[in-house]
Design a protein around this ligand. Structure first.
Ligand SMILES: [Zn+2]
Length: 177
């Protein structure tokens, strides 16, 4: 689904909302349902980065990083690739601070912070083939599967029901013969 599901930040989640949002936004630069890909051309990619106060960098690097990141959260259509990026960290009296404004670097740094906090596994891709929307699972036991139970969860349940009904009908047909 293309609309961001409403997010309720549970007290159990240690991650920074800004990190979650940045990684989610980057993952969802590919919108399977609406066939929108921000990384299809450098103009929209530059705009995406600029809107977040970041520098876009090469389009190919962005595509590669997004593919790898989507593969890492379980998108079956994404290629698993090894991605390396250089980030700049400045050590000041206030402690280490990320100063790189490269979009891929900023996204991967945010993803790494989520991982360090043990929150990376909350990053998920909706398993519905025509959706594959990335979302952050805020549930206490990290059990959420669908981007939205109202949309994809119900659609999947309806599909399973139809298949079961069709299978039963086919079974009855065979029994009568
Ligand atoms: Zn979905």
């Amino acid at each position: 689904m293309s609309a961001q599901p409403s997010l309720t930040y549970s007290g159990d989640v240690a991650a920074e909302p800004a990190d979650i949002t940045l990684v989610l936004d980057f993952l969802n630069t590919l919108d399977v349902e609406d066939d929108v890909d921000v990384l299809r051309e450098s103009g929209t990619w530059r705009q995406w980065a600029q809107d977040r106060g970041l520098r876009a960098g090469a389009l190919t690097a962005g595509v590669q990083a997004r593919d790898a990141l989507r593969a890492a959260v379980g998108d079956p259509a994404a290629r698993q690739e090894r991605v390396r990026t250089a980030i700049q960290i400045e050590l000041t009296g206030a402690g280490p601070e990320l100063t790189s404004t490269d979009a891929v670097g900023a996204v991967l740094a945010a993803a790494a912070r989520l991982n360090v906090l043990g929150e990376w596994e909350r990053m998920k891709i909706c398993p519905a083939d025509d959706c594959r929307w990335a979302f952050f699972d805020h549930s206490r036991n990290r059990s959420r599967t669908w981007c939205s139970m109202q949309v994809c969860g119900n659609r999947e349940k309806a599909r399973a029901w139809r298949e079961r009904a069709a299978a039963e009908q086919a079974g009855q047909g065979a029994a009568i013969e």
